[in-house]
Design a protein around this ligand. Structure first.
Ligand SMILES: [Zn+2]
Ligand SMILES: [Zn+2]
Length: 139
């Protein structure tokens, strides 16, 4: 049996795959419905306003957006800040600029890795062989 403290409310609970206790899962579900309902009625609301009106923390609302449970793109003023530059973004962890940058950085890193590997495969091996052969000759 795996008993752990709920990070939300601090209560001990039996861990069954979830990080938070059943009560908090239910609370989170209620919060989600509250937020969703509020946004359905007020599509132009901003996160701080939604947080105030629904009594759901901004952090939790941001989590709903990051998890993709709330479609930020369907509400004009709802967004989360980019984890890299802080610019508002409608989806995921990074804004479109940083997503593009990260993508090209990744491709560049992968390209460099490939080239490094190629050098490792070719040059040192051949050089090594020649050295060994030379040494054998000398003996
Ligand atoms: Zn809990
Ligand atoms: Zn960004």
């Amino acid at each position: 049996m795996d008993i752990t403290n709920c990070p939300e409310c601090g209560k001990l609970f039996k861990k069954v795959g979830k990080k938070i206790c059943p009560e908090c899962i239910q609370k989170e579900e209620e919060d989600f419905l509250k937020v969703k309902q509020y946004l359905d009625d007020n599509p132009g609301a901003t996160v701080p306003v939604v947080a105030e009106e629904t009594e759901v923390s901004e952090k939790r609302i941001n989590n709903f957006i990051r998890e993709g449970r709330l479609e930020a793109s369907s509400f004009e003023n709802i967004s989360v800040s980019c984890m890299s530059c802080g610019a508002p973004t409608k989806r995921g962890k990074y804004c479109s600029d940083c997503t593009g940058k990260l993508q090209s950085d990744l491709e560049k890193a992968m390209g460099e890795k490939k080239e490094e590997k190629k050098e490792d495969d070719d040059r040192p091996k051949e050089g090594g062989k020649i050295h060994i052969r030379d040494r054998f000759k000398d003996k």
